[in-house]
Write a protein that binds this ligand. Structure first.
Ligand SMILES: *[C@@H]1O[C@H](CO)[C@@H](O)[C@H](O)[C@H]1NC(C)=O
Ligand SMILES: *[C@@H]1O[C@H](CO)[C@@H](O)[C@H](O)[C@H]1NC(C)=O
Ligand SMILES: *[C@@H]1O[C@H](CO)[C@@H](O)[C@H](O)[C@H]1NC(C)=O
Ligand SMILES: *[C@@H]1O[C@H](CO)[C@@H](O)[C@H](O)[C@H]1NC(C)=O
Length: 405
């Protein structure tokens, strides 16, 4: 039977012949396999955010694992949403796991790959459950979802970091520029590793805390992610000049709308620098509420039963020595950034009472003096939140023109 010719044996011979024809190329060149090993799929539920003991032995911006984000809290319409856990260089120079998501438009990628926008979100808080990919307690959620869905519909991939320590182990260094900037850039690397149809042409954008993050990302990109071709940055009401504002709090009266954010700013400084003694600068009322900055999201911190019930003039202890605080705030102020070599568009509402028009104007003036190609558009009557809606069409036209060059 062994030597008899049967259809089955003919099939085996044909397969053997095919293997002989195709195998030598691979064997002779000792080349890596054409298809890299598939990326790990992460666990369901909240376990996704806890990385395995050993992180990838590769440069920052590497995928740890992924899973579908089709039904997530921050899912964007018009494309395929994927949740990512990826590495970034953390605030203390170590490699940390950061979460975020990516949205790839439906259809075929253009030549050169999908252009990509990396979006940096506005303040949600420091506690893990405040991460947009987990619960998305974002004040700007609706306007942001519409803006980003519009960008996906134009044929741009969109990637959105949660930021270092927000959702993932470790504390979130709120408004600490280098940490934010690295999170915003490394998610582009991770997205390109996950989907090789994403190209290297990048625009950085964000709102509020995210405008701050976007400007920082633009500044560090040439050194941190040199393979990315960052074409431009679009910053909506970027946080700036906090070192000039915090010392003025005692003079602004008993307004309460900023108190929750100020508490987060102080907490962010202490996360970045444990030697900074911040509790001593707070009043007794503020110090009593201060632990909530690690457990509550902005929406709750802003309520009357939390910092929303404490006046701006009752946050900082009278006579507190603020020099160390203001030094660190200035170190993280985008006003003094260098190394931004590509154009920047800033969109600012004239009625913004969170990021004040006069400080943004001063920031822009200083950056212009430093040689940055930066344009500010001021939208009359727009507030800190409405600027996304009101500025959306100008931002989108600008984005389309940048990517069509
Ligand atoms: C805030 O101050 C104004 C006048 O300075 C006063 O009328 C008002 O009651 C104060 N509000 C609170 C909540 O303390
Ligand atoms: C951290 O805070 C300490 C105490 O204020 C200060 O001496 C030190 O310079 C700060 N470090 C950084 C990196 O800002
Ligand atoms: C919070 O306090 C303000 C001013 O004191 C008041 O107008 C508002 O109704 C309070 N809100 C809630 C939800 O209690
Ligand atoms: C928005 O863009 C239009 C068209 O380029 C421009 O005329 C207008 O001045 C821009 N708006 C602002 C507030 O700069």
């Amino acid at each position: 039977m062994v030597n008899s010719f049967s259809p089955a044996r003919a099939g085996a011979l044909a397969l053997g012949l095919a293997a002989a024809l195709f195998a030598p190329t691979t064997l002779a060149q000792d080349a890596p396999p054409a298809c890299p090993a598939p990326l790990p799929v992460g666990p369901e539920g909240i376990d996704f955010y806890t990385p395995p003991d050993s992180l990838p032995d590769a440069d920052h911006g590497s995928i740890i694992w992924t899973r579908s984000y089709a039904d997530g809290s921050a899912t964007i319409a018009g494309g395929t949403n994927t949740l990512l856990l990826y590495t970034q260089e953390g605030i203390h120079g170590d490699t940390v796991a950061t979460s975020g998501y990516m949205v790839v438009p439906d259809g075929d990628a253009p030549e050169g790959g999908w252009p990509v926008v990396t979006w940096a979100h506005g303040t949600t808080g420091i506690a893990d459950q405040c991460a947009p990919t987990i619960n998305d307690p974002s004040y700007d959620k609706d306007a942001r979802d519409t803006l980003l869905a519009g960008w996906v519909s134009k044929g741009f991939a969109v990637v959105c970091t949660d930021y270092e320590g927000l959702g993932t182990p470790g504390d979130h260094p709120y408004l600490i520029g280098p940490s934010e900037g690295k999170a915003v850039l490394d998610i582009v690397r991770a997205a390109r590793q996950y989907d090789t149809r994403i190209g290297s042409r990048v625009v950085i954008s964000g709102h509020s805390q995210g405008g701050h993050a976007a400007l920082w990302a633009a500044s560090i990109a040439p050194d941190y992610t040199p393979e990315l071709d960052v074409l431009s940055t679009i910053a909506f009401a970027p946080a700036n000049s906090l070192e000039t504002e915090v010392p003025l709090l005692s003079a602004v009266g008993n307004t309460t709308s900023l108190s929750g954010t100020v508490a987060l700013i102080v907490r962010g400084l202490s996360i970045a620098n444990a030697s900074l003694d911040v509790v001593d600068i707070l009043t007794k009322d503020a110090a009593a509420l201060y632990p909530q900055t690690l457990t509550e999201c902005s929406i709750d911190l802003d309520s009357n039963s939390s910092f929303g019930g404490v006046g701006a003039n009752d946050l900082i202890a009278p006579g507190a020595k603020l020099t160390d605080v203001t030094t660190q705030l200035k170190d993280n102020d985008p006003t003094y950034l260098t190394g931004i070599s590509q154009p920047v568009l800033v969109l600012q509402g004239s009625s913004d009472t969170t990021v004040f028009p006069f400080t943004t104007a001063a920031m822009v003036k200083n950056l212009v003096a430093g040689g940055v190609d930066i344009t500010e558009q001021i939208f009359t009557g727009a507030t800190h939140l409405s600027i996304i809606d009101v500025g959306a069409s100008n931002a989108t036209d600008y984005l389309v023109s940048v990517f069509s060059q």
